[in-house]
Design a protein around this ligand. Structure first.
Ligand code: ADP
Ligand code: ZN
Length: 727
């Protein structure tokens, strides 16, 4: 209780909720709180983990102020990190609380780790020495502590034998201190002999990391040029300074080969951070990141919001990858935010890619980023010879999808005991199913999308909302039996064609929705690397970073896919993807081939890939962006308005559009019905804001939202700065 005349001490606290700023809370007597402290506070009838924020003068009725419940026993959030949160919120036009929420993904990690119970032998001897007990007693000499199950396992007895001995006082229970998840990496453990070109780039990176200053470097190099080997040297430098490092990877759950390579180089595995991580491991990782016990994390985009104690370096592998863009709640690009985190915390950031994003390339050309380029593949490895299969001249047989040219190439490849990869970025059996009698098309009830047949599971699925139903035998419209027909190919259907053509070959179909999940996928990828398959059919996920030494043929089933959907980034995306896919071939030396099936071989993107002319592609694309002031020469922001009622949503979108501040430099397009107009039962409209690069578009948007009509009911407005996807 405070005496009359004495004001109660208060602090600002940022909560992980969508509000504009921090709230005031009272400080109970005896509690010392400073900005950055993790605290538990009441909110309504909930209790939330939150962070004491830098003082903000929000006037609150003192009678309404509630007290902080407790302060967690955990190192505080650094001032730089609080600044980073404010920055991300400002840039993405989000609530700081929602950015904080990404830092507080594992609130249970704030409680100290429950100590593990261990057992230790005393001097007491067991009352009766049965053979099982004798086996346990063999371990009594060493004076070590054991876990119960560990001891039982080591002695080859059941846990009840150990229990019995403990009851007699032969062992006493002790508390084992929390164990580090992984040993620290050793910079000198397994060094690689680099080529002169690699060494030069590695030295440059070591020097950059040695300066302990902010700054971004683009490390470009074709697939197989040894980018990973080179950036390992940057990591080595960072570890020898005793600092922490973060490596972002697009498909971390699938890159077990990265973890193994890291272990070979540094003698310890990196901690992983991704959605597949078990809750206990997640807690432990978070805690050891904040205390600095963990020196290296390899993670998905969300690992950017880990509370590192002393981060010295972030590396973003495959920096152009769309997996870094979150399009949900806070729309952010982990690559761009990593660059900012580096600036705020004053450490370098390295971006790696064989096909950098146009933005990154331009930043490098304008000297905003340092630029290092590896010119050739390592060792014997040479890039595959690329050919376009003109599908107008070499069409597949009726109802088939592979040109005879590709089938012949597969035949030759497997005859040489080498591997062939067929790439098709379409999951399931067929992208569209219709009835041959009435023409009924199977469409999702919640989304404006065709249902995709998954023949293996006998379901029709929506790839946008995940809705799924059994494939019916009769048409729901006209009732005719057995007249449904699949249109177009998916990987399952392609698999059927391949197995029919090559019944003897070992064929594996890999797709991200495969039964068995990540575990199975890792096994399959390992099996392929070991040569346990002849023909691999896969979607995007096989394109990413895997090393398949026996792969000498890559066939792209539909190179045109994605070129014709009106997306301003379509050319860039297709170029990157095809480059990456064909780069799977020939990584172990020897001749290899890439064949791209196309109905428009004269398209500039297709011909740039054929000519392996990366520079020509970038020049053309950068010019085109400059001419139309598209990013990075101008700014784009998308406003996505969604709601359950189509008319209401559209009416609101129009009203919002109407209320936009008039500014000469800014163009607002729309509202347009989003190409995927209905998703998960919500109708979507988009406004697209196009502004000059120098224009502070965030402030402008905030002013617009503040003065414009407020969304009511279930209508939601989301802002996507630098949109990457236009669906
Ligand atoms: P990138 O990341 O550019 O695709 P990697 O670093 O994965 O290239 O290298 C491709 C392959 O070549 C890997 O198997 C890697 O181990 C090998 N490699 C690259 N450089 C060297 C080197 N200096 N010594 C031994 N192996 C190397
Ligand atoms: Zn759907």
């Amino acid at each position: 209780m405070s005496l009359p005349g004495f004001e109660k001490k208060t602090v600002s606290v940022l909560l992980p909720i969508p509000t504009d700023g921090a709230y005031s809370y009272g400080v109970p007597d005896g509690l010392e709180l400073s900005p950055g402290d993790y605290v538990k506070v009441p909110l309504g009838n909930r209790e939330l983990a939150a962070v004491v924020w830098d003082k903000q003068d929000n006037t609150v009725d003192p009678k309404k102020i509630r007290d902080v419940i407790l302060k967690f026993d955990c190192p505080p959030m650094k001032q730089e990190m609080r600044k980073f949160i404010e920055w991300v919120a400002g840039y993405t036009v989000s609530h700081p609380g929602m950015v904080l929420k990404m830092f507080l993904r594992v609130p249970t990690a704030l409680e100290p780790e429950a100590p593990m119970k261990g057992l230790m032998f005393t001097d007491k001897q067991p009352e009766r020495l049965t053979p099982a007990r004798r086996q346990v007693m063999e371990f009594s000499e060493q004076g070590l502590s054991w876990t119960k199950s560990g001891l039982a396992h080591a002695a080859g007895v059941t846990a009840s034998v150990v229990d019995g001995l403990a009851k007699q006082g032969v062992m006493k229970t002790i508390e084992l201190p929390p164990q580090p998840l992984f040993p620290k990496p050793d910079s000198t453990y397994g060094t690689t002999k680099l080529t002169p070109d690699q060494q030069e780039k590695a030295d440059a990176l070591r020097e950059i990391v040695g300066q302990k200053k902010s700054g971004t470097t683009l490390l470009e190099g074709i697939t197989g040029s040894g980018k990973t080997e080179v950036y390992f040297e940057a990591l080595a430098e960072c570890f020898s300074q005793g600092k922490q490092a973060l490596v972002l990877l697009p498909e971390i759950a699938l890159t077990s080969s990265f973890l193994e390579r890291f272990e070979k180089r540094f003698g310890a595995r990196p901690a992983e951070w991704h959605s597949e991580l078990a809750p206990r491991a997640r807690e432990k990782t978070w805690r050891q990141v904040i205390t600095g016990e963990l020196q290296i994390v390899a993670g998905a985009r969300s690992s950017l919001f880990l509370p590192f104690k002393d981060l010295g370096l972030i590396i973003i592998d495959e920096e152009h990858d769309l997996a870094y863009k979150q399009e949900d709640r806070v729309f952010y690009n982990a690559r761009d935010m990593a660059v900012v985190r580096g600036q705020i915390e004053n450490f370098p950031v390295i971006l790696c890619s064989a096909t950098p994003a146009i933005e990154t390339r331009v930043n490098a050309q304008l000297d905003r980023y340092a630029y290092l380029k590896l010119e050739s593949r390592y060792g014997e490895a040479i890039l595959p010879d690329l050919d376009i299969v003109d599908m107008r001249k070499n069409p597949p047989a009726k109802g088939k999808f592979l040109s005879p040219l590709i089938t012949k190439a597969i035949e030759e490849t497997i005859a040489r005991k080498e591997q062939a990869l067929l790439f098709l970025n379409r999951r399931g059996y067929a992208p569209l199913t219709l009835c041959r009698v009435c023409g009924h098309r199977f469409e999702c009830n919640n989304c404006s999308a065709w249902l995709v047949e998954h023949r293996f599971r006998k379901t029709l699925q929506c790839h946008h909302c995940g809705d799924s139903k059994p494939t019916p035998e009769a048409c729901p419209e006209c009732g005719t039996l057995d007249h449904l027909v699949a249109c177009g190919p998916g990987v399952e259907r392609l698999g059927e064609e391949v197995i029919e053509a090559f019944p003897e070959a070992r064929t594996i179909i890999l797709s991200s929705d495969m039964a068995g999940g990540v575990k199975r996928m890792r096994l399959e990828l390992d099996a392929i690397a070991k040569g346990e398959a002849d023909i691999i059919i896969g979607t995007q996920l096989v394109a990413k970073g895997h090393n398949f030494p026996l792969m000498t043929l890559v066939g792209v089933v539909d190179a045109d896919l994605g070129l014709s959907n009106g997306d301003p980034r379509a050319a860039e995306r297709t170029f990157q993807l095809l480059h990456q896919v064909t780069g799977r071939a020939g990584r172990a030396g020897g001749k290899s081939r890439g064949l791209l099936q196309s109905y428009q071989p004269e398209h500039p993107v297709i011909s740039a890939i054929k000519a392996a002319d990366t520079e020509a592609f970038y020049e053309r694309e950068i010019d085109a962006r400059r001419l139309s002031s598209l990013p990075p020469f101008g700014r784009l922001a998308a406003i996505i308005i969604s709601g359950q009622d189509r008319r209401e949503t559209e009416t609101y979108a129009r009203a919002l559009r109407h209320a936009c501040p008039h500014t000469k430099e800014v163009r607002v397009l729309g509202p347009a019905e989003a190409p995927l107009a209905l998703v998960r039962g919500r109708y979507r409209f988009r406004l697209l804001v196009h502004a000059p690069r120098s224009f502070a578009v965030q402030n402008w948007l905030r002013a617009w939202f503040k003065d414009g009509p407020k969304p009511r009911g279930n209508i939601r407005v989301q802002t996507d700065i630098d949109p990457q996807s236009f669906v």
